[in-house]
Structures are given as structure tokens and as C-alpha cells.
Design a protein around this ligand. Structure first.
Ligand code: F0G
Length: 445
């Protein structure tokens, strides 16, 4: 059961099929263009969509809005130092600003930055500095059905290959994303992180985490890796292996806005803070209000509660199992924050050029007002090259939906599966030159 009870409620919209049909047409068959008051269950993202606790809401009233030296900053600093062990804590308004600061200061043109799989914003921030983002995840990560416990692990041979190709001077840092969002929210094992750490030490290359979902990753290590320590100790064991991390606190920070960079290197920290002042804010608020810093510190402590994580990860596993039981093809194993529908197997009658994952995303909305997100050709196809997988991500916000909401989503998926042959493909009528999936408009084929 949920390890919390509900103190404030928000009514969710119920719409008619006619309303949804009209909204979808108006939105150009792109769910990013839908207004949220027409969504019944919103599984677009787990980012910034968490429900805060009573303690977090209370902490908002303790905001110290001093321009410099806010006491909320010192609480955040103490919390992040305790969790990560890193000396310097630099707050930012969200994750991509943390990445921007770090990569702008470390990445030079033609530098290569390995990661298990780069999230869109880390890739974009590296490429913006004319660097090259390289994915080095184990091959199994690309197989949608193979059940591997730590499918987010880095392949050390792939790291060796990058080193051989470009040389140590062209690798300013190695990043490891925990959990690996773009690979399905799959965890990285402590053993693998330790090997990556050794590799970086051997070659004298800085090692950072993209640690948005560090607590979920620690929980997977507890249950799949049979670790006897508590979640905080496991998380700390991960952080000790690296030189720092960037974090979007909109995930495991359990807040609606916030992020930070934490690191040990004094010189680098000074450079990041200088840049922060120019583009984000003074180092003791970093683009946030004092109250946001307080809520973030509180959230970072709450997320390490093992009962919370057991429910969180358990809810996702249960959601995945129910979909499987209904015969619906999903990516396995289920990761930490989302279930991914396999649109190629769901809609085998649609060629990839007709965007099967986008067609399924729209069909889910039309059928039941459920919003997921396409991770397939609309997002990734470029220059005539199509991605291997056509997926619909159903990301579950933290502490927001209960079992019955997800049962409803399973029912909607099952109804759709029963009539899957009637689902039609889509073609693009408008696309922007970059990141087209956010604003593209489509029509039925
Ligand atoms: N790194 C990872 C692994 C992420 O999943 C995200 C965001 C970011 C960095 C960027 O953080 O949004 O605070 O700037 N992921 C969200 C998602 C948007 O829906 O997966 P941000």
C-alpha cells in the first residue's frame, strides 16, 4: 500500500471521446500541444510532477529570501554534502543548467564525452560546446525483451575503444547516468560504477554522475544486488566513487523545480560559481527562491526512505506486470520511473515511416485521456536514419497516482490492444529544424 495518506486532493478531468477527438485534431496529433485540463491521467513525465509532502509544503513557509547567505542554502548544502560527500554544492533552477555549467567549463571542441546513454539535455549541452557525446552502454540495453538486472551498466570495452580512438587528452570527463533514463530507467550496479571509477582513475579522467534518480538506482542495488546496507549508505557508496554529479531535483529531489551540481574540485567549483553568477544567480540561490531550496533539501532526505522507495519501485513493477498479463508488449525489465510500450509489436501493421509510437500515443489519449510520450521516429529519426525502437513511455509521477489510476491505464491499453488493427498511422505536416517532437504537427494517414 501507499506509505502515505492523502491530505490535499486535486480533481482530475474526465472528458468525452468527442472532446478528446477535437483536442487531438487541434493539437496536430502531438500530445505536447494538449492543455492539461483535458488530460485524465498524465504520464508524460516524472520530472517536476511529484506531490510534495506536508513537510515540504511547510518548508515553503520557512523560505529565507535573502539575496546572499540564505539559511535555506546552508540546509541544502549540509544535506547534499551528507548524501554525496562532495564539498561544493552549487544550486541551479533545474538539471540542464547544472549540465550547462559543467560542460561549458570542461568540454572543448572535438572532445568526446562517454556516458551509458546521454539524456537529450546532456547530449545537447555537450554538442553546444562542439563536443561529441558517445553512448557506451552494454549491448543488452538495446534488446527490449532480455531481462538483465542492471541494464544501465557501462561497457568498459566501449570506453577503451573511445580512448583508443581519440586519446586521453580528448576525454574531459566520463558521465554515468543513474538510473539510465534514455535506456528505460534501468539501474547501474555498484560494481559497474566501481569499474568505471577505476578506469577513470587509471587514465586520470574526471568521473561525474548524472544522478537525477540516484535513490531509485540505490534501491535497485539493494534488492537486485542483495546489498545489506541502507539506501543512504548505498547511495553514498556510489557518490564516493566519483568526483561530482549533476542533478535535476525534479525527479528524486521530489520537488517541482530545482537542481544542483556537487563536486570536490576547488578550482572547477570556483569557475562554475563565477559562471553561475553571470547566467543564473548568486551561489547561495542559483536561480531559485529560498523556499525552493528548503523544499529540495527536505525532498532529498525523504526520497531515501526505504518504505517510500519500496512502494515507488513496486508500483512500477506492478504496473508492468499488469500490462504483461493483458498481453501488451512492453520493454523488459521494468525500470524505475516508467513503463515503455513497444509500439512495433503493438502495431505491427504500421510501417515505421507512419510513426507507430506517435500513433499509439495519440490512440491512448483518444481512448482514455491518458498522456504518454513518443520515444521513436518522431523524436530521433534524422537524415533518413530511423531508431531501432518505437516506444511509448508511460512515466509515473512520484506520490501522485494510486494503484487504481494505473489499473485504469492498463484497462485503456487493453481496450486499445483489442482493436489495435484500427489504429491509423500519421504523417508530419509541420516540423521545426531541431527537437521537432516538441512542436511538430501531424495528420492521420
Ligand atoms: N538528466 C536526465 C537523466 C534526465 O532524465 C533529465 C530530465 C535531465 C538530465 C534534465 O533535467 O529537466 O531538470 O533540466 N528528464 C525529464 C524527462 C525531462 O522527462 O525524462 P531538467
Amino acid at each position: 500500500m501507499e506509505p502515505f495518506k492523502i491530505k490535499a486532493v486535486e480533481t482530475i478531468p474526465v472528458t468525452s471521446r468527442e472532446q478528446r477527438q477535437a483536442a487531438l485534431q487541434e493539437a496536430g496529433y502531438n500530445v505536447f500541444n494538449l492543455p492539461s485540463h483535458l488530460i485524465t491521467v498524465d504520464l508524460l513525465t516524472d520530472s517536476g510532477t511529484s506531490a510534495m509532502s506536508d513537510q515540504q509544503w511547510a518548508s515553503l513557509m520557512q523560505g529565507d529570501e535573502s539575496y546572499a547567505g540564505s539559511r535555506n542554502y546552508f540546509r541544502l548544502e549540509e544535506t547534499v554534502r551528507r548524501i554525496t560527500g562532495y564539498r561544493h554544492v552549487i544550486p541551479t533552477h533545474q538539471g540542464r543548467m547544472a549540465e550547462n555549467l559543467l560542460f561549458t567549463n570542461l568540454v572543448k571542441p572535438y572532445d568526446h564525452v562517454p556516458n551509458n546513454i546521454h539524456f537529450d539535455t546532456t547530449r545537447a549541452n555537450i554538442e553546444h560546446n562542439n563536443g561529441v557525446a558517445v553512448n557506451c552502454v552494454i549491448d543488452e540495453a538495446y534488446d527490449p525483451v532480455e531481462e538483465v538486472p542492471f541494464k544501465g551498466n557501462m561497457d568498459l570495452h566501449k570506453l577503451d575503444r573511445v580512448l583508443l580512438e581519440v586519446g586521453r587528452e580528448r576525454i574531459p570527463l566520463v558521465v554515468l547516468t543513474i538510473t539510465n533514463n534514455s535506456g528505460g530507467g534501468q539501474p547501474v550496479s555498484l560494481q559497474n560504477a566501481s569499474q568505471v571509477s577505476d578506469w577513470c582513475r587509471r587514465h586520470d579522467i574526471p568521473f561525474f554522475y548524472d544522478a537525477c534518480r540516484f535513490a531509485e538506482n540505490a534501491y535497485f542495488n539493494k534488492v537486485r544486488g542483495n546489498q545489506s546496507e541502507g539506501i543512504a549508505e548505498i547511495a553514498r557508496a556510489f557518490f564516493q566513487l566519483a568526483d561530482g554529479c549533476t542533478v535535476s531535483a525534479k525527479k528524486d529531489g521530489l520537488v517541482n523545480i530545482g537542481g544542483f551540481v556537487a563536486l570536490n574540485d576547488d578550482d572547477l567549483a570556483a569557475r562554475l560559481k563565477n559562471m553561475l553568477v553571470m547566467i543564473e544567480g548568486f551561489p547561495t540561490y542559483g536561480g531559485l527562491a529560498g523556499r525552493d531550496l528548503e523544499a529540495m533539501a527536505q525532498g532529498l532526505d525523504e526520497v531515501l526512505d526505504e518504505r517510500y522507495l519500496a512502494h515507488r519501485i513496486g508500483q512500477l513493477q506492478e504496473f508492468g506486470q499488469a500490462l504483461c498479463k493483458a498481453g501488451i508488449p512492453i520493454v523488459k525489465p521494468v525500470g524505475g520511473h516508467a513503463v515503455y510500450l513497444d509500439a512495433k509489436r503493438f502495431l505491427p501493421h504500421l510501417p515505421q515511416e507512419q510513426f507507430p509510437a506517435q500513433a499509439l500515443t495519440c490512440a491512448l489519449y483518444l481512448e482514455g485521456g491518458v498522456r504518454g510520450v513518443e520515444i521513436g521516429g518522431l523524436m530521433f529519426a534524422a537524415d533518413g536514419e530511423w531508431p531501432e525502437l518505437e516506444l511509448v513511455r508511460l512515466a509515473v509521477p512520484r506520490r501522485v497516482y494510486t494503484r487504481s489510476h494505473l489499473e485504469y491505464v492498463v484497462e485503456v491499453c487493453a481496450q486499445l490492444y483489442a482493436q489495435r488493427e484500427s489504429i491509423r498511422g500519421l504523417r508530419i505536416t509541420y516540423e521545426a529544424p531541431v527537437l521537432r517532437h516538441f512542436t511538430a504537427r501531424l495528420e492521420l494517414v
